[in-house]
Ligand binder design. Structure first.
Ligand code: F0G
Length: 421
């Protein structure tokens, strides 16, 4: 095992070795489950930690204190590639012929790209009807995955794929697969790398199936145990208000890790009540439209280790935050905007201090969900998109930047141009 995180810098000079080039596998000594010759990599993890004052100002931070971790720069455009390279490696190790997942879109895009580029296995993806952003659906289709569209939502699709995999001997790639989480630990290693191996005060991440938050907690618990960091950052997990199981259980019902024995009766009665009311997840941030997060207990462990908090934010807050990430950074998909909206809320509540060093994880690329982005900026010119946003309670769009419609006439165009300050 390494004695200092700085040791990983040796890999930077060795880019011709694909394992050292990979932003996941250059840390392979911290996820040592695969021999080098079995590792499946497509160059994932070349992501950037960007300090952003425009977004920091919106959040309410002092200059220089807010950082954005752009996981949308991965090959399939989301953080999922960090975990999928590890799951694909394990699938290869056990000789899987078919791999499957249920997805709100990004997991399926990621699994599909690993299958298409490596040819190691075939892929079946399960998605909910009308519940997946077109950018993501287009990826699964284009990469050649067999795509099964269930008449139901993600929670239904996940239940089905688990049963199908158990029955059909198919390799399951959802984040119940522990190797996914091993890979996702490396997002935190790269955050530390981006900060010159210093530990930030806060990591803020959207919560859906709670794989990321679980993996981040595990990463920090291990680094601390290995003596590679001297303290653990605080973790904030941000739910969409329309898919807020973790927020309800953690902040309102007092569910805790409790040394590995969380109160199961709290969880059971929450789900029973949810079923009785037939309450389904609903948010424009379709990536995190999940009411039954499979990694709930592991996330409780992460929250325990990281002195964590959970918050919920509305779709309107998510989209306003997303517009700021676009205007002040590289942009992101709606679910990722939740982390910036959540940081802003925690700043307002005085839980995050203006001088804290904060890292918001931007989980997915801006181009994943053009419908919501165009809807936010230009709803007046598209009834369908306006309706979609109104369905999420987004009526005001204070940071919209719509197109200016002009006649095909040089003089008229120049009149508009002259008004630009
Ligand atoms: N952000 C994006 C862009 C996502 O795609 C997801 C999850 C999350 C956040 C939530 O992360 O599940 O680790 O808490 N997407 C999954 C999928 C469910 O199927 O692509 P989590």
């Amino acid at each position: 095992m390494p004695t200092s995180l700085k040791e990983f810098e040796a890999a930077w000079a060795n880019r011709s070795n694909p394992l050292d080039f990979s932003g996941v596998w250059r840390f392979r000594r911290l996820l040592p489950f695969a021999p080098d010759d079995q590792i499946v990599t497509i160059g994932e993890g070349q992501t950037i930690l960007q300090q952003s004052d425009p977004v920091g100002k919106y959040v309410g931070m002092d200059a220089g204190r807010l950082h954005l971790q752009y996981e949308g720069l991965n090959p399939s455009g989301s953080f999922k590639d960090n975990g999928m390279t590890a799951a694909s490696t394990h699938a290869r190790m056990v000789g899987a012929k078919i791999a499957a997942c249920a997805s709100t879109g990004n997991t399926s895009a990621s699994l599909a790209i690993y299958a298409s580029t490596t040819g190691l296995f075939r892929v079946v993806v399960f998605v909910g009807s009308g519940k997946i952003a077109f950018g993501k659906l287009s990826q699964a289709l284009d990469y050649g995955a067999t795509t099964i569209q269930i008449r139901g939502d993600f929670d239904d699709a996940l239940k089905q794929v688990r049963a199908v995999c158990a029955e059909g001997g198919i390799y399951l790639c959802n984040s119940v697969n522990p190797f996914r989480l091993e890979g996702q630990k490396t997002i935190m290693y790269r955050v530390l790398e981006g900060l010159g191996w210093e530990v930030p005060d806060w990591i803020v991440v959207p919560g859906g199936n709670l794989g990321n938050s679980s993996a981040f907690g595990k990463a920090f618990i291990e680094l601390k145990k290995l003596g590679l960091i001297d303290r653990i950052p605080r973790l904030a997990v941000i739910n969409a208000a329309g898919a807020n199981t973790l927020h309800e259980l953690y902040e309102h019902k007092g569910l805790r890790w409790n040394d590995g024995r969380p109160d199961q009766s709290l969880i059971d009665s929450f789900y029973t009540d949810m079923d009785e009311r037939n309450r389904r997840a609903q948010t424009l941030a379709s990536a995190i439209e999940i009411n039954r997060p499979v990694n709930l207990k592991k996330c409780l462990r992460a929250l325990d280790a990281c002195d964590g908090v959970v918050r919920e934010v509305s779709d309107a807050e998510i989209l306003d935050a997303k517009a700021h990430v676009g205007a002040g950074g590289f942009g992101c998909e709606p679910a990722s905007g939740a982390s910036v909206a959540g940081a802003r809320l925690l700043r307002k509540q005085g839980i995050i201090a203006p001088g804290d060093r904060v890292v918001c994880i931007l989980t997915g690329h801006q181009l994943k969900d053009p419908d919501v982005t165009v809807g936010y900026h230009a709803a007046e010119s598209n009834e369908r998109l306006a309706e979609k946003l109104a369905g999420g309670g987004v009526v005001e769009r204070p940071f919209s930047n719509g197109p200016i419609v002009v006649d095909n006439d040089f003089q008229r165009i120049m009149e508009v141009i002259r008004q630009i300050e």
